[in-house]
Write a protein that binds this ligand. Structure first.
Ligand SMILES: C=CC1=C(C)c2cc3[nH]c(cc4nc(cc5[nH]c(cc1n2)c(C)c5CCC(=O)O)C(CCC(=O)O)=C4C)c(C)c3C=C
Ligand SMILES: [Fe+2]
Length: 466
């Protein structure tokens, strides 16, 4: 998978920076503008965008409560009264982006295939892109038994769809309470309801203005970036959608409402320990391969560190001064992922004599296989074996009302910046198969053949979980 990590560009986006400082709150901020132009490549959401976010991130450390919109501005949060002083006349849609998960054990391998077929998950150099699908077939087949075991242990499927639907409903109600009538749609990247299905429904409903809200607090090329790329491709190819005003909220971990909701959960859970002040607050984030950050400019690590800093500041303001640690979980395959690794840190903490630990999942806002199985079962067992005696885990935010209300504010604040996502329809690389079906078939055959050879040449792989 290492060969997959190539550099990033952002075709189709013109990026210019301007110093539009605003001082509604006690800080001034750096605004930038993004305008879309036509592109002949479907290549991935890119580093320029993320570098820009990194620049602003460095300057905005300590800033709580801002939303980054596709239209380019760091949108300052208006107070609730300011933010809905008028009723939207257009038909508003909110599109929640999420990962999706297999609903039955039967779905596991095809779900994994969709995941590994994503060029933002396995990043092959352009020359080798024809291998993407055969490789996805190979890796998903090898990974499926281990994944199935995990899903079997949490009831035979992922709870993500149900929870995301509940969040969508709660958000619709929270918007309604703020006098914004909106349809809320769920667009999953790797399982039903797929982004394409949600977009078709939005078209049928004749949505006139759209806010895209990823359910990932921090931006990563592999999550929000991937979902937005799919959306851009769909919109670019569609006459109606390419003119639809859209605001994309790229990340929202820095919002006051999110930070406070996380601090509330931690504060509450600490009370379940005998000596709350002695508990190590252990943030466990989903990892990404190190090359995403080092070579492709993924802002994920910086945003994660910033997020932890903000949550800890909020706890300190409440007089909670516990030690804390951030580590990364869920690595896949034999490549380097962001460090330190959760399992290794747990063992070290045990050796260092830490006796009480509160695990805080921080890259996702619903329960899923990695909280229910990896943290609650695998890591808990490892921690107890390593000498940690008291274990706790903060639940995912789910439909916590302060959190959902804050998401509703984020949507309302983003609405005024909605602008057309693309300006002209061009053919993207991802559908090059439509132009040259024979070439495409040859590449697929060749790729499948190569993948088959790899499997035969390395029989050990068959017995090894990826
Ligand atoms: C911020 C969250 C996530 C990042 C970043 C992320 C990157 C990433 N993930 C994989 C591989 C797998 N992820 C899997 C499941 C999964 N991933 C996330 C979130 C992030 N992934 C979630 C919420 C879930 C669970 C969905 C559910 O069904 O509950 C899986 C499948 C499960 C398993 O086999 O472990 C894989 C595989 C990569 C390679 C990657 C970055 C490149
Ligand atoms: Fe993942």
């Amino acid at each position: 998978m290492d060969a997959a990590m190539s550099s990033y560009t952002l075709p189709g986006l013109n990026i210019s920076k301007s110093n539009a400082s605003k001082s509604r709150h006690k800080f001034s901020t750096h605004a930038c503008e993004l305008t879309c132009r036509s592109s002949s490549s479907s290549s991935t959401t890119g580093s320029t965008f993320q570098k820009l976010q990194l620049d602003t991130l460095a300057q905005n450390r300590n800033l709580v409560g801002k939303t980054f919109c596709s239209a380019g501005a760091w949108v300052h949060p208006l107070s609730s009264t300011e933010s809905h002083s008028h009723v939207e006349e257009e038909k508003v849609g909110v599109l929640l982006l999420n990962l999706g998960g297999p609903e039955t054990l039967h779905d596991v391998q095809p779900f994994l295939y969709n995941l590994f077929a994503d060029p933002d998950i396995i990043r092959l150099p352009r020359l080798f892109r024809f291998l993407q699908r055969p490789l996805a077939q190979l890796i998903s087949t090898l990974r499926a038994p281990k994944s199935k075991e995990g899903y079997a242990s949490i009831g035979g499927g992922s709870p993500l769809r149900k929870i995301t639907d509940e969040q969508a409903d709660a958000l619709r109600l929270a918007l309604e309470a703020k006098k914004v009538a909106a349809n809320v749609y769920v667009a999953m990247r790797y399982w039903h309801p797929f982004t394409e299905e949600a977009v078709q429904q939005m078209k049928r409903d004749k949505i006139q203005k759209l806010v895209v809200l990823p359910l990932y607090p921090q931006y990563s090329i592999s999550t929000t970036g991937s979902s937005i790329r799919v959306l851009q491709d769909l919109f670019r190819e569609d006459k109606v959608l390419s003119g639809l005003p859209v605001a994309i909220i790229q990340s929202w971990y820095q919002r006051g409402g999110y930070v406070k909701s996380m601090a509330d959960l931690i504060e509450k859970e600490l009370q379940s320990f005998g000596s709350p002040e002695e508990v190590m607050i252990f943030f466990s984030a989903h990892g990404v391969p190190v090359t995403y950050v080092r070579d492709a400019g993924d802002p994920y690590k910086d945003q994660m560190e910033d997020c932890i800093y903000l949550i800890m500041q909020e706890l300190k303001a409440r007089g909670i001064n516990n030690d804390h640690k951030l580590a990364y979980q869920s690595r896949v395959g034999p490549i380097q992922w962001l460090k330190p690794y959760t399992d290794e840190v747990l063992v070290d903490l045990g050796k260092q004599g830490v006796k009480s630990l509160l695990a805080v999942p921080v890259s996702f806002v619903s329960e899923h296989i990695e909280t229910l199985e990896e943290i609650d079962m695998e890591y808990k067992e490892l921690a107890l074996e390593s000498g940690i005696e008291n274990w706790g885990r903060v639940p995912a935010l789910g439909c916590t009302s302060t959190f959902i209300t804050d998401l509703a504010d984020a949507v309302i604040e983003a609405l005024p910046s909605a602008a057309a996502m693309t300006t002209s329809t061009t053919v993207s690389e991802s559908n090059s198969s439509n132009q040259d079906p024979v070439g495409y078939a040859i590449k697929m055959l060749l790729g499948s053949f190569l993948a088959f050879i790899i499997l035969l040449a390395f029989p050990a792989l068959k017995n090894q979980s990826i």
